[in-house]
Design a binder for this molecule. Structure first.
Ligand code: GDP
Length: 298
């Protein structure tokens, strides 16, 4: 599947000229870095992140220690690959499991980000790996959200606990924990309410839920298609909730890439999964920074 097509083709074009050259002048490197900078900015990568990125690549490329097996051009491409990987977190960051089950995972995010879809995909993946997940429907503001979770739960054959919309979310998650114990569930996935915009009421409620169930993971789902907005959302949620990982949804769409390349650097939160499809059987892949970097560079 092609992801981040625009960014990928403009970076490949910027670096393509270097690949074939036998010898590089400082001018060649400058010119290529100018194009890399423009490609990243066009993909909506944060300006400061771009500036630091290009400076690091340039510094390493100019002072590069010569590896005999690579042409100078190939070396620059390799440096860009390594720096892109580093920018996105370096190595894979996995879900933390509780020493004593159940492992509680709370999913948070704005309405429409892809939270409910992600929770169903996660549930399916856990079930396929011999876990016994339970979904807890704690979005009491949209009755449709509870129905949607039931529909998706049936599709992935994972039980769903709900208490309708007339209880407060803290009571629901507390009861959900008891239900998990009763069923012998080893993973509890909590679907929380989203709003169209971040607001104080939402944040306080999520803080209260977090305090009540002390989750191992607070995973924030952000829509990759919203670029820099996704990064602002992540900063705010992280400040209030201590996000432990990010799920970047809709990377299969026409996302320009800004969020994927910026969010880790700006928030310090690792991207743990990327969503690559709107259906529950569409992939939610564990995020590997090196693989995405090589997909981008072709
Ligand atoms: P929620 O409001 O955060 O729970 O968002 P939903 O899970 O209901 O998703 C909102 C819309 O985005 C739905 O139409 C989903 O099918 C779609 N969606 C969610 N994740 C992805 C994804 O990774 N890729 C694509 N293309 N669409 C997605």
């Amino acid at each position: 599947m092609q992801v981040l097509e625009g960014l990928s083709s403009s970076l490949q074009k910027a670096l393509g000229k270097l690949r074939s050259k036998g010898k590089l002048t400082e001018n060649d490197v400058q010119e290529a870095m100018r194009e890399v900078r423009l490609a990243l900015l066009a993909a909506d990568v944060n300006v400061k992140v771009v500036r630091d990125f290009v400076a690091r690549v340039r510094e390493r490329a100019v002072g590069q220690d010569v590896q005999k097996s690579l042409t100078p051009g190939q070396q620059v491409v390799k440096i860009v690959y390594e720096e892109l990987t580093e920018l996105m977190g370096g190595t894979q960051s996995r879900i933390q499991m509780a020493a004593k089950p159940p492992t509680v995972i709370m999913l948070v995010g704005l309405q429409g980000a892809g939270k409910t879809t992600a929770i169903a995909k996660l549930a399916l993946s856990f079930r396929q790996h011999q876990h016994r997940p339970l979904l807890v429907a704690a979005d009491v503001y949209r009755p449709a959200a509870i129905d949607q979770l039931h529909v998706l739960g049936r599709q992935v054959e994972v039980p769903v606990f709900d208490m309708g919309t007339s209880h407060n979310p803290v009571d629901i998650v507390r009861n959900g924990m008891q239900e998990a114990e009763r069923q012998g569930a080893d993973i509890v996935l909590v679907d929380t309410a989203g709003r169209l915009h971040i607001d104080e009421g939402l944040m306080t409620e999520l803080e209260d839920m977090k305090a009540a169930i002390q989750p191992m993971e607070v995973l924030l789902v952000v829509d990759a298609m919203t670029g820099q907005d996704a990064v602002h959302v992540a900063e705010t949620f992280h400040e209030r909730l201590g996000v432990t990982g990010i799920i970047l949804s809709k990377l299969d769409g026409d996302a320009r890439g800004g969020a994927a390349l910026t969010v880790r650097q700006v928030t310090g939160c690792p991207i743990k999964y990327v969503g690559l499809g709107e259906k529950v059987d569409g992939p939610l892949e564990p995020f590997h920074p090196d693989r995405l970097a090589s997909r981008i560079l072709g």
